[in-house]
Design a protein around this ligand. Sequence first.
Ligand code: MN
Length: 134
Amino acid sequence: MAKVLIVEDNPTNMKLTCLLLVTAQHTVLTASDAETGLTIARTDLPDLILMDIQLPGMNGLAATVLLKQDPVTAAIPIIALTALAMKEDQEKSKAAGCDAYISKPLRYQELYSTIDAILAKTTHGNGNNHSEAS
Ligand code: MN
């Protein structure tokens, strides 16, 4: 059970992603653009961020770079979401600092297994590894 921030501009994708996370008993925070996502990330310090790559204004890769440069948010794992299932996008999201990559349309098994793997790597027993930032 984690606090997950979803940054996604498409209402249908947002609804589906929220539903899948709530079903897995995660707490969900939402933002429909990168700027709002950055603000929520800094103030609420989620355990995990699902970041759509294609966003209006600042894209998800630029937002990821900013989050990873900021000591307050650098430790938060980021899973990139993109509709473009291209090797190049996978490489770009890795270069930007994303911890994992999921292509849309979302498959719930892949979403759950990726989230579980990331949380298992970053959680050290107390369920919160961001205490240095508080
Ligand atoms: Mn989008």
